[in-house]
Design a protein around this ligand. Structure first.
Ligand code: ATR
Length: 275
């Protein structure tokens, strides 16, 4: 039976084994998916050991997404632009590396939340690893503009610079103003900061939210609650990152198995199981 796993630290509470087991069941794929706790400085050797056991691929989560690219013999353009990898596929001696986080987010927003990204104004809060992982695919969804706002403005500047060529290709305006300068209303606001996790206030003015704005945190559970409450209190439609989690998993599943699982159904089941 083909073996897959998620590698990270911590990994105990990962929902990925549940999601992939359900995908496999619903698509009739004969595979197993486990989890591996990876100790600091042992990422490359853990991947090697898993391959030696016949592992066919893995997902990579915190804090190892930045360590996987050097292991790749093929790195997708979007993983290279993100500077991070969340999916590895082992084909004999070859290691194919991808990042499905951004397309997972876009799939969740457009298919599950049913919003339009084309020709709207998007605010991306944050400029760390999570923001870098989603900016490329957001650009490819062709909004009118994306404003990247971060506590440390210089990091937002570097991030948009790295994406300037892609944005020009898709005719998307990118900007990285100081946080206090961000006051316009946006149709879509995405929180890619750890501010909710830290229990701190959302670092932008609520003026960015209009009635009907879709405000999505990339996290879910208690880590997303602060942002979601803030969004709802100011008239926006709040969404957590559970849909992105399922959709990035669906994209990884397709990379491995060549089959698209019924992700909307599995998202509904996961929400019900967590309720
Ligand atoms: P991740 O991989 O989750 O993105 P990261 O790369 O450490 O983690 O990035 C964390 C992001 O959350 C950054 O944008 C960070 O802002 P800085 O670049 O200024 O550090 C942001 N962040 C973390 N805590 C924050 C807080 N209390 N208020 C505002 N932004 C915060």
């Amino acid at each position: 039976m083909d073996k897959y796993c998620v590698m990270g630290n911590p990994v105990e509470h990962s929902k990925s084994p549940w999601i992939h087991a359900r995908f496999a069941q619903l698509t009739g794929q004969d595979m197993e998916y486990g989890k591996r706790l990876v100790a600091t400085n042992t990422f490359a050797s853990t991947v090697r050991a898993f391959r030696a056991e016949g592992g066919k691929g893995c997902n990579i989560t915190v804090p190892f997404k930045f360590e996987a690219a050097p292991l790749a013999t093929t790195l997708t353009a979007r993983a290279e632009l993100a500077g991070a990898v969340n999916t590895l596929r082992f084909d004999g001696d070859d290691v194919f590396a991808d990042n499905t986080d951004g397309i997972g987010l876009v799939a969740d927003l457009t298919r599950n939340a049913g919003i339009k990204l084309a020709r709207v104004d998007v605010l991306l809060i944050g400029a760390g690893g999570a923001a870098a992982g989603v900016l490329g695919p957001l650009i490819e969804a062709r909004p009118r503009s994306i404003v990247v706002a971060n506590r440390t403005q210089a990091k937002a500047g570097v991030l948009i610079e790295r994406h300037a060529e892609l944005a020009a290709m898709h005719n998307v305006r990118l900007a990285a103003p100081e946080l206090h300068e961000v006051r316009d209303g946006f149709e879509v606001v995405i929180n890619a900061t750890a501010s909710s996790l830290a229990g701190e206030a959302v670092p932008v003015s609520p003026e960015v939210l209009m009635r009907g704005t879709l405000a999505c945190d990339l996290m879910y559970g208690p880590a997303a609650q602060g942002f979601m409450d803030w969004a709802s209190q100011h008239g926006a439609i709040a969404r957590d990152g559970l849909g992105m989690l399922v959709e990035q998993a669906a994209e990884a599943f397709a990379v491995w198995r060549g089959v698209r699982p019924p992700s909307a159904q599995v998202l509904a089941e996961l929400r019900a199981a967590l309720a």
